[in-house]
Design a protein around this ligand. Structure first.
Ligand code: FAD
Length: 323
């Protein structure tokens, strides 16, 4: 605003406008009162991924993803993807991939800045995770949570109702992230009592726990070391921190998968110009941030989301101003 730029709040971009030669010359905007056109010399799309669009999640990322909690803006519904692809922009990247995390079952359906940061549940390396059938479904100790929470969030959403239950014993409790303190929790002195509280079949959960404990090790948790203490031929394995879960009280937390952002998006060049299906820039159209595809596949580095948005946003702005 200091630079004299108008910011229109409560206003949605619903389409792009082009001149006769196909150059983008503005957007169609919609506010509470009317739909109108805004003319411009260039358009930079920076309106996020499609994480808040349940239908697109189900279609592109897969079954179960309709149920995901959205960690960020409820407005990131893929409008930019649709508007650009309608005029010939090329999609690229892993459209069935996204950043996600295990998240408290009571997290709000979409991001709430007051509580969002309290919602991830990433101490699963120090216990076991079971589905509603009482069965393990993933290697909880494959690596540090910082390396595995994206794939863990994805694995949870593949379970019945997209739900999992993280179970710990009293040895693990002092090591849980502080944000577990705000969770609804179940606590019991036996696994059978715990199963009754969380509503899974007690015999199955007891069998799951027995099979795990048979191969797990005695000892204490050292969460900041990959301790190499793994199960032997358990399926799925637990590759680190396979410590017996045998010291009551046992505690359980119900979690689901939360989506942070999507990986599939528009193809751009090194000047952040959106490319068409022939890899030629669409005149006047740029993109930066989550809407860009081809940056992440299968996993994403921490802090890389904000970084690539800042880098390509700056490039887009400078190139658009010069052109
Ligand atoms: C809870 C959470 C934690 C995160 N933590 C990290 C982290 O630690 N490090 C990191 O690097 N990244 C992190 N990220 C990811 C990072 O925030 C995003 O990668 C980054 O904000 C993407 O920037 P963007 O401009 O593309 O989209 P956004 O910042 O999401 O902004 C998109 C904007 O476009 C608006 N919009 C959407 N559709 C329209 C439309 N049709 N018309 C007009 N406006 C529209 C939305 O309202 C929104 O304001 C986190 C994300 C979340 C949700």
């Amino acid at each position: 605003r200091r630079a004299g730029i108008s910011v229109l709040y409560e206003t949605e971009m619903s389409g792009l406008t082009q001149d006769d030669s196909g150059v983008v010359v503005g957007v169609v905007a919609r506010d509470n009162d009317e739909t109108y056109r805004i003319r411009s010399k260039a358009v930079i799309l920076a309106c996020g991924g499609f994480e808040a669009n349940a239908e697109m999640r189900g279609k592109h990322i897969g079954p179960g993803w309709e149920l995901a909690k959205v960690r960020g803006s409820r407005h990131n519904t893929g409008d930019g993807h649709r508007a650009a692809m309608t005029i010939g922009a090329q999609p690229i990247g892993q459209w069935d991939g996204c950043h996600g995390t295990p998240i408290d079952i009571d997290a709000p359906a979409t991001g709430d800045i007051q509580v969002t940061d309290q919602m991830p549940r990433r101490s699963y390396t120090l216990g076991i995770s079971v589905n509603l059938k009482g069965k393990r479904f993933v290697d909880e100790g494959e690596g540090f949570a910082e390396q595995t929470f994206v794939s863990m969030g994805q694995a949870i959403l593949r379970q019945e109702n997209g739900i999992a239950i993280q179970i710990f014993d009293s040895k693990a409790r002092p090591h849980l992230e502080g944000r577990y303190g705000g969770s609804r929790k179940f606590e019991a002195d036996t696994i059978t009592q715990l199963a009754e509280q969380i509503g899974v079949d007690a015999a199955t959960l007891a069998a799951t726990m027995d099979a795990y404990n048979e191969q797990a090790h005695e000892g204490e948790y050292h969460p900041r070391e990959l301790d190499g203490r793994s199960t032997n031929d358990l399926k799925p394995p637990k590759s680190n921190w396979a410590i017996r879960i045998d010291k009551p009280p046992f505690t359980a937390f119900t979690v689901t998968g939360g989506i942070t952002y999507t990986y599939g998006g528009l193809k751009i060049d090194t000047n952040s110009r959106v490319l068409d299906s022939g890899d030629l820039p669409i005149g006047g159209l740029y993109a930066a941030g989550e809407i860009v595809g081809g940056i992440f596949y299968h996993n994403s580095l921490r802090a890389a989301g904000l970084m690539h948005g800042a880098v390509f946003g700056k490039i887009a702005g400078e190139h658009a101003a010069r052109s």
